[in-house]
Each structure stands twice: as structure tokens, then as C-alpha cells.
Design a protein around this ligand. Structure first.
Ligand SMILES: Nc1ncnc2c1ncn2[C@@H]1O[C@H](COP(=O)(O)OP(=O)(O)OP(=O)(O)O)[C@@H](O)[C@H]1O
Length: 313
């Protein structure tokens, strides 16, 4: 379990993490989402004792990271896949880590096989592709068979087989009662992997709820309507709390009414409707809804990223 209380990190004028409190429970996969610069990596670094909080507190399995006598058995983390000795082989990198905790060599071989690194284990880690580096980072995180796993963007650079493997792995570990905390910018992947989500924006928690609740929260009754009299039906439907967008000649998107209510209006007015399809919200919709005011680095049509707001900078 990870517990953060009033966790704050200020760099000069910049509040990277502004007094966040949350609990990452054991036995489920908790996703950590937020726009670029929201404070995810800083939070994870503080959990791992790599950055000290300006104020507040965070513990893993009841203790600060540094208080654990055998931390590799408590918490395994992938924070920066490039943080390896570049001229050391993957095997030797893992062996060196294992030696610090008297972890048997057999476990090194085990995590190498688990992560699909067998063929390259004796090669220098500095020459690894992004995906192979991620696999090595995950192998290192798993080495001590820790109770808690923290993975910052674990699927970044992985091929589809690797993405599926990470998904199944973290779900399996959670089912075994482990605590799994992972960040990703891939919404569809997060929707399939996480049970619970913590969403952060500009250093503050903006949602902390089960994935299904977050998706349901964004859900407005939205229906795709195909009709031969789009303008007429649109005029009949539009009103208080009801929005109608006409995307094509015979296609309407109606927000704020149930399909049955739309059908009734059409029937009462003798309008032919030949399709009524309720639209289901995705995690991506919910995420954009939640973070629309929290995006600090916004892309523009020209492709040139600019700081959308200069809060604290
Ligand atoms: N060492 C540092 N010194 C100064 N500012 C920092 C430092 N580390 C992070 N920041 C700033 O703190 C904010 C949060 O950064 P952080 O890396 O935690 O965000 P993130 O949510 O992980 O972003 P991303 O999705 O881009 O990885 C950013 O504005 C970043 O520039």
C-alpha cells in the first residue's frame, strides 16, 4: 500500500506537486494519469525516496522508502529505463542488484526469461532499444518479488506483444494481492489495465475513483440519429439541456435526451428516423473532460507546443 498525505514538492517558483493525499490499495491496479508536467514522475520519485518532499509525507507498506531494510522486496520501480550502467550487460546489471539483497542467481535468470530478454541478456544495456530498456527496467523492478510495484510509463516503446504482456502481468500481480501503481498516457491501455485511477493536474488530484465511475461520470446521454429530415428533427429536439449537432446531411448527434425520447418526438411529428445509436463514452472522453482546464503544455494546429498557462512558472 502507498499512502501520501499532503505531499508537496516545490522547485524554486514551481509547485510540481501541491499537497496531494491519496492511498494506493493492494490487490488492484491503480493507474496514475495526468497531462505532461502534471506531477506524476515527481510523485513517484518522492515515493521512492529519490526526491524529498518540501512538505507532507509518503510511505510504502507503512514506512518511508529509506526505512525499509530490504527495499527491493518491498517495492520495485521502473522510473527511468535509461538509468543503467551502459557498458554493463543486462545480466550483470541484474546480478549486481541481486547481490545487494542476497537474491539468488536463479531469480535473475527467472526475471530475464519473464521479460523476454533471454537472447540479449549478455549484451551491453547501453545498446538496447527503448523497448528492450523498458523490459530490463521491468525485470529490475520484479527482481525482489516486491509487494508493491511502481511503473512510470511501462509500455512506452514496447511492441504490441510487450504491451499485452505488461497488462497481463500487472493484473496477475494485483490478483495476488500486490499493490500496483502505474502511469501511462495511453488511455485505451489504461482502460483495459487499471481497476482504479488517480488523475492529477497541475500538481493536484482531480479524480480518485474506480475506472468505471470515472468513465460513467463523463457520460452524457449522447445519441447518434440518422433521419431523412435532420433540420426539422433538430429544431424539434433542441431546447433546455438538449444540444443537437448536425455532422452530415442526415446525421445528428443529440446530447441530453434518451433514444426513446428522441424516437417519441420523431413519431409525434411524423419524421422518419432510420438509426438511433446510443454513444458510449470512453476513458479518453472522460480524461479530456477532467483535464481540459489542467493542460499546461498545449499543442496547436501548427504543431508548435506552447505553455498554455504560466501558473507558478
Ligand atoms: N528537478 C526539477 N527541477 C525543476 N522543475 C522540475 C524538476 N522536476 C520536475 N520539475 C517540474 O515539475 C513539474 C512536474 O513534472 P513531472 O515530471 O513530475 O510531470 P509528469 O506528470 O511526470 O509529466 P510527463 O507526463 O511529461 O512525464 C513540471 O513542470 C516539471 O518541469
Amino acid at each position: 500500500m502507498i499512502e501520501a498525505k499532503g505531499l508537496t514538492k516545490v522547485y524554486g517558483q514551481k509547485t510540481a506537486v501541491g499537497g496531494v493525499s491519496f492511498t494506493v490499495q493492494a490487490g488492484r491496479v491503480t493507474g496514475f494519469l495526468g497531462p505532461n508536467g502534471a506531477g506524476k514522475s515527481t510523485t513517484m520519485r518522492m515515493i521512492m525516496g529519490l526526491d524529498s518532499p518540501t512538505s507532507g509525507d509518503v510511505t510504502v507498506n507503512g514506512l518511508h522508502y529509506a526505512q525499509h531494510k530490504a527495499p527491493l522486496h518491498q517495492v520495485g520501480a521502473l522510473l527511468d529505463a535509461k538509468a543503467v550502467h551502459t557498458s554493463r550487460s543486462a545480466y550483470n546489471h541484474l546480478l549486481a542488484m541481486a547481490a545487494t539483497h542476497s537474491i539468488p542467481t536463479a531469480r535473475v535468470h527467472e526475471v530475464i526469461e519473464m521479460t523476454g530478454l533471454g537472447a540479449v541478456a549478455k549484451k551491453k544495456a547501453g545498446g538496447f532499444s527503448l523497448g528492450m530498456g523498458q523490459r530490463l527496467g521491468i525485470a529490475a523492478a520484479l527482481l525482489g518479488d516486491p509487494q508493491t510495484l511502481i511503473l512510470d510509463e511501462p509500455v512506452n516503446g514496447l511492441d504490441p506483444e510487450g504491451v499485452l504482456w505488461v497488462r497481463n502481468l500487472v493484473k496477475y500481480l494485483a490478483s495476488q494481492g500486490k499493490t500496483v501503481f502505474l502511469s501511462s498516457h495511453l488511455m485505451s491501455e489504461m482502460a483495459q489495465t487499471a481497476d482504479h485511477l488517480i488523475v492529477i493536474g497541475r500538481g493536484r488530484i482531480i479524480a480518485d475513483a474506480p475506472v468505471q465511475d470515472i468513465i460513467a461520470g463523463a457520460q452524457q446521454a449522447k445519441t447518434l440519429v440518422r433521419t431523412s429530415a435532420a433540420s426539422q428533427l433538430s429544431a424539434l429536439l433542441v431546447g433546455d439541456g438538449v444540444r443537437v449537432d448536425q455532422s452530415q446531411t442526415e446525421t445528428l448527434e443529440v446530447v441530453g435526451l434518451q433514444p426513446r425520447e428522441i424516437a417519441q418526438v420523431a413519431l409525434d411529428n411524423n419524421v422518419l428516423v432510420y438509426e438511433l445509436t446510443p454513444q458510449v463514452s470512453s476513458l479518453e472522453d472522460a480524461y479530456f473532460n477532467l483535464t481540459k482546464d489542467e493542460v499546461e503544455y498545449q499543442s496547436h494546429m501548427s504543431g508548435e507546443p506552447v505553455a498554455a498557462a504560466q501558473e507558478g512558472k
